[in-house]
Write a protein that binds this ligand. Sequence first.
Ligand SMILES: Nc1ncnc2c1ncn2[C@@H]1O[C@H](COP(=O)(O)OP(=O)(O)OP(=O)(O)O)[C@@H](O)[C@H]1O
Ligand SMILES: [Zn+2]
Length: 646
Amino acid sequence: MSTAKARSAHAKAILGPELHARLASTKILLVGAGGIGCELLKNVVLTGFGEITLLDLDTIDLSNLNRQFLFRKKDVKQSKALVAAQSAAPFNPDVRIKPIHANIKEPEFDVQWFRGFDIVLNALDNLDARRHVNKMCMAAQVPLVESGTAGYLGQVQPLMKDVTECFDCVPKPTPKTFPVCTIRSTPSQPIHCIVWSKTYLMGQLFGEDEDAGSELDDAEKQGENAQEIATLRKEALAFQAVRQALRSPNSKDAAAKMVFQKIFDSDIRNLLVMSDMWRTRTPPTPLDFDKIVEGSSDPPKTHSEAMHTSVNGSDPMPNGQTNGKAPSGKGQPSLKDQRTLSLKDNLLLFVSSTERLAARLQAGEETISFDKDDDDTLDFVTAASNLRSTAYGIQVKTRWEVKEMAGNIIPAIATTNAIIAGLIVLQALHLLRRSYDKLRNVYIQFKPAVPLSTVNLSPPNPACGICRDTYTSVLCDPSRATLGDVVKGVLGDDDREVSVYEDKRVLSDPDWDDNNDRTLESLNVTRGNFLSIVDEEGEWGTISVAIGLLPESHPAGAPPFVLPDPPPQPSRKEKPNLPPPSTPPRASLKRSAPDDSDIVESEPSAKRMKADVLASPSKKRRLEEDGLVLMDSATDVLDDNVIEID
Ligand SMILES: Nc1ncnc2c1ncn2[C@@H]1O[C@H](COP(=O)(O)OP(=O)(O)OP(=O)(O)O)[C@@H](O)[C@H]1O
Ligand SMILES: [Zn+2]
């Protein structure tokens, strides 16, 4: 038997000659060439898929090499998609792998582009991209296999419009956020100090020079302490001087000390003035740079130490941690990252990492943000969060622990990725055979005797704001097609009252047609966007219009759009008893349009609630100005592993 025949003998025997032959011309899109993606690419190539498009936006990092086996050290900094394709192609001489180094959310990957695939396989690591691919697959009616791993756990979920639930049929946990003032003034846990260093302090010192005021405006609206907000505003203003020092070659040596004194001494003294704030809390202790360097500073005790001492008079070290004082050599782990740093160690690490980051700014880097794999930023965040913890009497953390917490890292396990990648192919084959009764959600669970569990699929959620929409496409020239013409064209003879949205923006409603004569381009609606046409009475399903570009063959004198033929037929809506599943609140509600003075933003599913208060944009605007947050679902669960602060 020739090598090529031998290579495919098993796959052919298992799949049967007909399906095996079909795979050679089946077009698959694989999104993500990371931990799961590398395993999956190998699997699909060896199974006999012949036409593979592999897309990933990232380049290879040294830390990927322990599990992303298609990459070698020489490939670091190269495109993941390109290198993975080159490494996997020789596994099957007949395979064609087209690598694309790009973000799947780019407008060029529009619904028409997705329609070119027979199946899509996700190997992603974030909710945003997963939700995007889900919507595109629902719109293009292409089957999708979704997957994810977290440590020893993993899941595979086959999704098919109108057959199964989609990824958005069930609300996803919202990333955990902390109130601004907990982070900025009253931390009580190590994570608060880590989030402060990574998000706030790094941003202020090494990020873009931007006004931190809007975050404080929001906090003020939400009723947080006004005097405290005023102090924080002053603090933010004073950052200008230290920012400049960090960027000026003359003050390099002094800059780190200046930063230290501002944030760990004078900012803390300013907060202490607000005696009200410390009535029920332990006040922080300012840190003295010179005394710590001399070794004469006596670090404040952690809360638990203080409590313990008062109970039994001893001086314990909770959880083997110390606050400032390194334990004597015995018992200290030998790995550098796992050693507890003393107060002086943290100060010296703060100075050296600040100097390294300042040197990078002076060498031309415009901004530097936290990256767990960038040693300078990890050192800075470790030292800064430990110094802040010390000032607030909170336990310090090792560099290793800070890396885990700041990077929201759950260790990636190569074997879990490999098992999940195998299960993805099995579910993909069921979808391609249209054996829908065989589809299962598959989980890896913590039960050695039964490591895999399968769950039958649920039908689509009738209230889902993604897969219950009726999708259609309009090809147009957005610089000439007007909103009114496109919407009227799609509705045809149907003269129902409708509102039109792009994502969360209301573009028109029955009492407000100011935008109807504006071009789509002027409304910032272009290729890759969707217009949602929502029935005002809530009787008919939403029509989602994917905007694509006109073909080159489109005659010059013809109208600047091509309408769907036949026109979309939205389904009559069953009135759900439950509120629709929520779209998790997004980090930012604001999207810029060239002139968005006439554009109102609201949660997309609010349109389906048809609440009277939301019927007119002016009312919506007022509600938002009042700082009112409209929740779509009361069932959102906070996930403790995910920490995000904006
Ligand atoms: N919007 C997107 N478009 C294209 N590729 C994406 C997008 N979002 C994430 N990815 C890719 O999905 C892959 C997910 O893989 P994985 O979870 O192993 O992450 P990683 O970055 O390689 O590893 P780690 O996060 O553990 O360091 C990554 O290679 C990432 O670049
Ligand atoms: Zn759905």
